[in-house]
Design a protein around this ligand. Sequence first.
Ligand code: SF4
Length: 252
Amino acid sequence: MLDFNHRPSMAERINELIDAALIAEREATPPRTYLGASRLGHACERALQFEFAGAPKDEGADFNGQTLRIFAIGHQLEDLAIRWLRAAGIDLVTQERDGGQFGFSVAGGRIRGHVDGIIADVPAALGIRVPALWECKTMNAKNWRVCVKDGVTVSKPVYAAQIAIYQAYMEPSAPGISATPALFTAINKDTAQLHHELVPFDADLAQRMSDRAVRILQATDAGELLPRIAQARDFFECRFCSYADRCWEQLA
Ligand code: SF4
């Protein structure tokens, strides 16, 4: 039941102000005009197409303040991981010489990706071949444990797809990077435990993701909507999709 007499506490008011500021910051950020390669492993091509085309999300599906704070904390933790790996003697390069973030831009800038880092040198005892792509993610304890048990390829196929396509697309600027396994680091946000694993280049996966990107660009250019992933709206992916209303109101 709604409590019309509820007066927000001081803490609630502070949080409302923080969230309003974060949401305003996000709204002031120009929308992406490209297909983010990190997203290509998403289960549904139509959802990726909506993202790429900048379709407005369903009402209430925009990121709220708490989600934006979760993202921001994740970024800060990734910065810490960079520091920790360097402290371990790993030469991890995270910026271009001019200070810009590493990344790639293909298909006339319509597909882009930003790379967490490239490992240029490591203590010999670690047995890591270089140059190696470095990708870092933060996870809650439950997801982290599954990732440690099953590996990133099985537990987080979206991340595996990202790694494969990044290795492929970074090859021109970092020759040899697709011939060496990537290093994947997962930070347990609850316990600060770290997981590291080597991920060999999966050329087939990279090709499938690249083909997928082309399909999305071509369909969007042609004004065609790619097929849904499911026959019914109560499918798992659709229940968590930010475009479900838009998607299921379409005729196709
Ligand atoms: S609602 Fe389902 S089918 Fe439609 S875009 Fe989202 S995930 Fe894909």
